[in-house]
Ligand binder design. Structure first.
Ligand SMILES: Cc1ncc(COP(=O)(O)O)c(C=O)c1O
Length: 237
């Protein structure tokens, strides 16, 4: 936020328009954006805001509408973009915003105008997933129960070691940071050998090496326990 303010103070006056873009959930860390503060800054500097909800749709917010809903920013002046490909398990995406924005995109967004529309199967799958998101909130509760379990058990097991650390997360993506790419690759392989897929993400994709755990509502408490038990010994020096 400090850097965003600095950039706006330095460059905003040089441009007629300004669009501030942010992920809602940062997909390689699991933390979420400071949307209310971004909106305040945008108002102060007359900027538009676009939020990419790829990792928030279906997961965050009381009805699963995303981080915008969770942070009480529904109805605020922003461009709300998301994909149908993550929690919804389909393909494609959406943009929600003011009527004039949507009119503008329909007439000017070349990547939309000149791209084949979603197939009926993808559209039907996304619609079915949205109905599940709306009518089965218990799935989100199950997910947050697993997230809390994983964070608690990982922190207990790993303690204060400085070579391995659970990165702060407010979403269902939990990253375990390791000292170097080799350890991350090793741990990822140890997990895969036990039937657990948690890929090693390394620089330059991210600044520090980590394994990325993506939890689902259908994961069981026993599966989370198995994961934690598999991580602990693999990271001992
Ligand atoms: C933040 C973010 N936005 C957009 C996308 C693109 O999604 P899709 O592959 O469904 O177009 C991704 C995909 O990984 C993503 O992580």
């Amino acid at each position: 936020m400090v850097q965003l303010r600095q950039l706006l103070e330095q460059y905003r006056s040089e441009y007629r328009r300004c669009l501030v873009l942010t992920d809602s959930v940062f997909g390689m860390d699991g933390d979420i954006c400071s949307l209310p503060q971004i909106l305040e800054l945008a108002a102060e500097f007359s900027c538009m805001v676009l939020v990419d909800e790829a990792h928030g749709t279906g997961v965050l917010g009381p009805t699963g509408a995303g981080c915008v809903e969770q942070l009480d920013c529904s109805g605020k002046p922003l461009i709300h973009m998301g994909t149908l490909s993550k929690a919804l398990g389909s393909l494609g995406g959406y943009i929600a915003g003011s009527a004039s924005l949507i009119d503008y995109l329909r007439n000017r967004a070349a990547s939309w105008i000149y791209t084949t529309a979603l197939s009926p199967a993808d559209a039907a799958a996304a619609l079915a997933a949205i109905r599940v998101i709306q009518s089965e909130p218990e799935r989100r509760q199950q997910l947050w129960d697993r997230v809390a379990q994983l964070q608690t058990q990982l922190n207990l097991t790993l303690g204060d070691r400085n070579t391995i650390q659970v990165l702060p997360s407010q979403a269902s993506i939990i990253c375990v940071q390791l000292a170097n790419p080799e350890t991350a690759l090793h741990l990822s392989k140890v997990l895969l050998d036990q039937g657990i897929y948690a890929p090693a993400i390394r620089p330059p994709t991210v600044p520090t090496s980590r394994i990325r755990i993506s939890l689902m509502a259908t994961h069981t408490p026993e599966q989370v326990e198995k994961l934690v038990a598999a991580i602990a010994p693999a990271t001992l020096p």
